[in-house]
Design a protein around this ligand. Structure first.
Ligand code: GDP
Length: 529
């Protein structure tokens, strides 16, 4: 086997998605502990913004620092190289998370046993379903009183539109929680409440009717367990890896991240079933990881924390071949050859310069303003990867220059911040006014703050009553489109890439427009077939 194939076979690149507080940070930390990548609990910084921190700029800065530090956490476990890509749970950063999900080969969804399926989880899982990303569900906080396991499985199926198969089952819950029956490995892990930890080795048996089960968890619990397992056999499909890989079946595990319970079981199943780096579709062909020539794409750009050095860090997911330091690569959009003398690789506790990286890996490239999110880099071939669309923002405001002497700085700052994907820029066709669209109100403060501190420019905002940005698909020469454009003149805009956008002021307007102009198609996402 070639080195490249060996390296591909070792790699698993995934993201953990969850509603804030479900336990994503805690689970990440426990996974890293298994890999020996960190020595102690508390080492992974929680990448979240506290409620009410919207006006606290220090908090924003802290957040930016942490999100660089936790963007990619790599560790080795049982001869696998595992890359965890961080996905912010805060809804104002949802766009960031959507983009990161284009760079993962699978995800683990964390659900709080008491709260069940929450709003952010629903949204993120929907994005994963659109892309058929393989998903494993981890139901967390079993040491607390929560919902009944079967009710939760139903909820996961209904609210998330998944088709689940439990690969473990809790024995009791909260104060009654005794442990986990591991369906995948066919054993029981006992949980000792006083010490809040796993005790001894697993109780192993070949048959669930083995009296050892009764001894371990008591007769009553054993009876219940047997009934529940029977129910599972009747109601749920058998686990089938192909269906999981296609995104048609989602295995579920139960545990408690905080108590490190059920985490090893999750990780062991993960390395066995989760996909290695996958092929990716481009505008000209499907690119396979094992191809010799390097290809990759940029899914995240991060500004430097030090305002004196304006360079940025672009995160590249390697799709195929071997990425080498100091080799000439092509930035396809600009048809520009580039060389990188200090590409960074990321580990749990550090980043360092690497000579070679392989498919599935993320490398950080220093950038002085060349890159844009979604850019493709190749060994020379002119192809572009598909699939980092923009979604319609939720908030819209005019942005105005507040210091006439700094117009250039402002323009440059806006341009670069938009390349980073902090927000989206729309330019009204009628008067060239700039409109900033964001997912959360917090972004406006981040932009204002960064424009001032990194570019020396000042801006103000002005309200604008827009409901959604609709990307337009139409024959622009048709009379219907011309009529539409004339009537909606005030709301016609272009996005940063020159695509035509209709800024609709209400859902009613969208509805009416679609009725009146059936051949002018409106999309809430910037990429459509
Ligand atoms: P995140 O926002 O999803 O990253 O969530 P965190 O990992 O920061 O966890 C949120 C809170 O839940 C923290 O106070 C954790 O200590 C707690 N937590 C995480 N896992 C468990 C668990 O298994 N049991 C209990 N009781 N609490 C947990």
């Amino acid at each position: 086997m070639s080195d490249l194939l060996k390296e591909i076979g070792k790699r698993k690149t995934f993201g953990i998605i969850a509603h804030p507080d479900a336990g994503k940070t805690t689970l990440t930390e426990k996974l890293l502990l298994f890999g020996g990548a960190i020595q102690e609990a508390g080492a992974v910084k929680s990448n979240k913004i506290k409620k009410g921190a919207t006006s606290d700029f220090m908090e924003i800065e802290r957040q930016r620092g942490i999100s660089v530090a936790t963007s990619v956490l790599a560790f080795e476990y049982k001869n696998h190289k595992i890359n965890i890509l961080d996905t912010p749970g805060h809804k104002d950063f949802a766009e960031d998370t959507y983009r990161t999900l284009t760079a993962v080969d699978s995800v683990i969804v964390v659900v709080d046993v008491a709260k069940g399926v929450e709003e952010q989880t629903e949204k993120l899982v929907q994005v994963c379903r659109m892309r058929n990303i393989p998903m494993i569900v981890f139901i967390n906080k079993l040491d607390r009183e929560g919902k009944d396991a079967f009710d939760l499985l139903d909820e996961v199926e209904q609210k998330l539109g998944l088709s689940v198969v439990p690969l473990s089952l809790p024995i009791g819950m909260g104060s009654e929680f005794q442990g986990i029956y591991n369906i995948w490995e066919n054993n029981i892990q006992l949980f000792l409440e006083e010490k809040k930890q796993r005790i001894g080795t697993a109780v192993k048996f070949d048959d669930i009717n083995d009296p050892k089960v009764d001894e371990a968890i008591g007769e009553k619990a054993a009876v219940t367990l047997r009934e529940e397992l029977e129910l599972i056999q009747e109601v749920y499909p058998k686990f089938n890896r192909e269906n999981y890989m296609n995104g048609d079946l989602q295995p579920v595990f139960f545990g408690s991240a905080l108590n490190n319970f059920g985490v090893r079981e999750l990780l062991d199943a993960f390395i066995e079933i989760a996909p290695n780096p996958q092929p990716k579709e481009s505008d000209s062909r499907l690119v396979k990881p094992e191809e010799k020539d390097f290809t990759g794409f940029i899914f995240k750009i991060h500004a430097n924390m030090d305002p004196k050095h304006r360079d940025r860090l672009a995160f590249v997911k390697i799709v195929s071949g071997t990425f080498k330091r100091n080799e000439n690569y092509l930035l396809v959009r600009e048809n520009k050859k580039m060389k990188f003398s200090s590409p960074n690789a990321f580990f749990a506790d550090k980043k360092e310069v690497v000579d070679e990286s392989f498919p599935g890996d993320i490398v950080g490239l220093h950038d002085t303003g060349n890159f844009r999110i979604g850019d493709t880099l190749t060994g020379g071939e002119k192809l572009s990867f598909k699939g980092i669309p923009n979604f319609s923002p939720e908030h819209f405001r005019y942005i105005n220059n507040d210091d006439p002497l700094k117009a250039k700085q402002l323009a440059k700052g806006i341009d670069q911040l938009m390349d980073e994907g902090v927000a989206q820029l729309f330019i009204l066709e009628m008067n060239n006014r700039k409109v900033i669209g964001t997912v959360g109100a917090l972004q406006y403060e981040v932009i204002q703050y960064r424009l001032e501190h990194e570019y020396g420019a000042k801006c103000t905002y002005e309200p604008l009553s827009i409901h959604k940005a609709c990307w337009i698909e139409a024959d622009e020469k048709s009379e219907e489109f011309q009529e539409f454009a004339r009537l909606k003149q005030r709301f016609m805009a272009r996005d940063k890439y020159g695509q035509r956008v209709f800024l609709a002021d209400s859902s009613f307007t969208i509805h009416m427009t679609q009725e009146k102009f059936p051949n002018v198609k409106l999309h809430f996402i910037s990429e459509f077939e």
